[in-house]
Design a protein around this ligand. Structure first.
Ligand code: IVH
Length: 669
């Protein structure tokens, strides 16, 4: 076989693998820039050797975000992508090409941020939002209207009156840095996998089936492209300023420029200044300002000739690997961590970077003593993106993932279909036990004042507590034997232990550390079953009948209670006085909406959507995301979308306004 063909095939294989890590596993194994280089090289070879073309080559796909479970809507105009550049010179060349394509004309260029989120297209008719659609495969996308209307900065009804009767506006849905950090902190706390960057978090959030959760996460949106037959102004810039007056968020960074010098200065300025923005950006976009000129320049098959993206260089440092540690979490998951020679990266000193899991360690092919590239692109957690092979010392061994638990020596196991290796010695492995104790006493669980992470470990090491139930047998004289403990601190712990006996059952259930039973899950399960005794007696079928409990959670609950030691812990906790059933006030306060399934739509004057959601639950009802045959009624505010109205009337589902709803729950409560 000739070597060109081999090279083409090797590139296709590499690109497909990287695509898989990026889109499927949400954990990219290569920087965007290196990825684009591979793709460009493949495009070049395929262009020069059309005899090796293959309809399945990754160069023929634009990528797709289509997800099962969402209705699809065909874009009236396809959602295209932009050509990428990585240097000022390439941007200058783009400006040159535009000028050449428009001989004798003055060409204005608009510079703006390239927001690093997930793209969205909104349709407005008569000033009202009709629907919101993701990019999908560029031709058709997912209808995510229910989730998009929870984003407070997106206008459902436009201000002013100079908007076209019908238009589309496109932009980027983002999770601001602050909200991203908060979400990841919560996920770390629940030992759920972290989002690698705000882009993945925004994309994942937008595709959730539970719009109340979407609302809670705090998405935001910026808009950068207005499309329609009767746009009010002849330039992109003026139209975007108009859009801002109508109520859309449009970046202040947008600027009109007339010379290459101004363009270059704009790049230099934003290369550093972007770090002070509240949202992630991965570059800049330059567009020809005049819509007529845009039309004249036209499109290639994939992108407009009148716009180009300039990608920021990810911040990267090269440093030596000291050693790899393997850390055991509360649920037994083993995380490989690269311990590095300290290195300065985007203003912070990096000493450790997660290597995520065994697959990633293998893909990166790290050897001991290697020089590694650490990157902080759009990500907060530094990650290892590659090895500098030219600096590899001869004879070094590749890093091997451990086969046995670094703490207790038990042979590790791998759960089917998951990347993680787990230490199965759940009840005998010290870091897992200590992790569960730390979790149990934490603020959102039993909130035992006076026992923090440090103290929990100390108590375990001193043999005072071997499991969570031992906490209730602690005595003052035992505590006084601990280093740093005096009568005051001992008293504080005992008071904290006493106070924890009134923590409501849903939090107790969460505190037990049943794998896969998170905070929200525990709440739902506790309310559905009422008591630990009922939960312990349930079968898999009964468990999966509970809202949001799937086979994995059901199996985990069954497995937890199949251990005599866990049942004993529950008994000892109960005898100590810990709450093992829901009290009346934990559950619904009235039965006005018992068993009713309610969809909330539109915007309200008297209460927020979240408040209405709580009221529905407090009255025994269930808030669901989308209209179906099973919906009992729709609680509708202003601006309920026409698509929803139509669906509701087709299925004959009653629509109730907020006044009527409030009457409904007052009458019966
Ligand atoms: S304009 C036809 N402007 O980048 C041109 N796109 O690779 C349409 N993006 O899918 C896009 N910021 O998700 C444009 N200021 C901006 C942008 C932007 C981010 C995203 C968008 C698009 C991708 C193009």
């Amino acid at each position: 076989m000739d070597s060109i063909k081999e090279e083409i095939e090797s590139l296709r294989r590499q690109i497909n693998d990287h695509n898989h890590s990026y889109y499927v596993e949400n954990s990219p194994t290569i920087s965007d820039q290196d990825f684009d280089m591979l793709l460009k090289e493949l495009e070049r070879l395929e262009r020069e050797h059309p005899e090796y073309d293959d309809p399945y080559s990754p160069t023929h796909r634009v990528g797709s975000d289509l997800t099962k479970g969402f209705r699809q809507i065909v874009h009236e105009r396809p959602m295209l992508s932009l050509g990428n550049t990585y240097s000022v010179g390439e941007v200058d060349a783009f400006v040159g090409r535009c000028r050449e394509g428009l001989p004798g004309e003055e060409v204005e260029i608009v510079g703006e941020m390239k927001f690093d989120g997930t793209s969205i297209s909104l349709l407005y008719e008569n000033g009202r939002l009709v629907h919101a659609v993701t990019r999908g495969d560029g031709e058709k996308g997912d209808d995510v209207t229910d989730n998009v209307i929870t984003i407070r900065s997106i206008p459902l009804q436009l201000s002013g009156s100079d908007w076209p009767a019908r238009f589309e506006i496109r932009g980027e849905i983002l999770l601001p840095w602050k909200a991203f950090d908060r979400l990841n902190a919560e996920r770390a706390f629940n030992e759920e996998p972290l989002f690698a960057n705000p882009r993945n978090a925004a994309a994942g959030t937008l595709k959730m089936q539970n719009s109340a959760e979407v609302s809670r996460r705090g998405l935001d949106a910026y808009f950068y492209y207005l499309i329609g037959d009767n746009l009010p102004y002849p330039t992109h810039y003026e139209n975007m300023q108009a859009a801002r007056r109508w109520g859309f968020k449009v970046s202040d960074a947008m600027r009109v420029m007339r010379s290459i010098k101004e363009v270059d200065e704009y790049i230099t300025y934003w290369d550093t200044e972007r770090k002070n923005l509240p949202v992630a950006t991965d570059g800049l976009v330059f567009k020809v300002n005049s819509l007529r000129q845009q039309l004249n320049l036209g499109y290639t098959a994939k992108s407009p000739r009148w716009a180009i993206a300039y990608k920021f260089q990810a911040e990267r440092a090269l440093t030596r690997l000291r050693f790899v540690s393997f850390e055991v979490g509360r649920t037994g998951v083993i995380t490989p961590v690269a311990n590095l020679d300290p290195v300065l990266l985007s203003g912070t000193i990096v000493k450790r970077a997660s290597l995520h899991n065994a697959d990633i360690v293998r893909q990166l092919d790290i050897h001991y003593d290697d020089m590694l590239y650490v990157e902080k692109g759009g990500e907060i957690i530094p990650k290892i993106t590659g090895v500098e092979l030219s600096e590899r010392k001869p004879g070094t061994e590749p890093v091997e993932f451990v086969k046995h638990c670094p703490s207790c020596g038990t042979e590790l196991v791998r759960v089917d279909g998951e990347a993680a290796w787990i230490c199965p010695n759940t009840y005998g492995c010290a870091p897992q036990i200590v992790g569960r104790i730390e979790h149990f006493v934490g603020r959102r669980m039993m909130d035992i004042d006076g026992i923090g992470e440090e103290t929990a470990r100390m108590m375990f090491d001193a043999g005072l507590i071997r499991d969570i139930a031992d906490i209730y047998d602690l005595t003052s004289s035992q505590l006084l034997t601990l280093e740093g403990f005096g009568p005051r601190s001992a008293e504080r712990v005992l008071e904290g232990v006493e106070a924890s006996k009134s923590v409501p059952f849903p939090r107790v259930l969460f505190a037990l550390s049943i794998p896969y039973v998170g905070e929200t899950g525990a709440k739902k399960i506790a309310r559905a079953v009422g008591s630990i005794d009922r939960l312990m007696a349930m079968t898999a079928d009964e468990l999966t009948a509970i809202e949001d409990v799937g086979p994995r959670i059901a199996a985990s609950i069954l497995e937890y209670f199949s251990h005599e030691s866990n049942r004993e812990i529950v008994e000892r906790l109960r005898r100590a006085g810990v709450q093992m059933e829901v009290e009346a006030s934990d559950g619904p306060q009235s039965t006005a909406l018992l068993g009713k399934s309610v969809v909330i739509s539109g915007t309200f004057a008297l209460h927020s959507r979240d408040e209405y959601k709580s009221m529905i639950e407090a009255n025994g009802g269930k808030n669901v995301g989308s209209i179906s045959k099973k919906t009992d009624f729709i609680l509708a505010g202003e601006n309920m979308g026409p698509a929803k109205l139509e669906k509701a009337s087709k299925l004959g589902i009653p629509i109730i306004d907020e006044n009527r709803f409030l009457e409904m729950i007052n009458q019966n409560s």
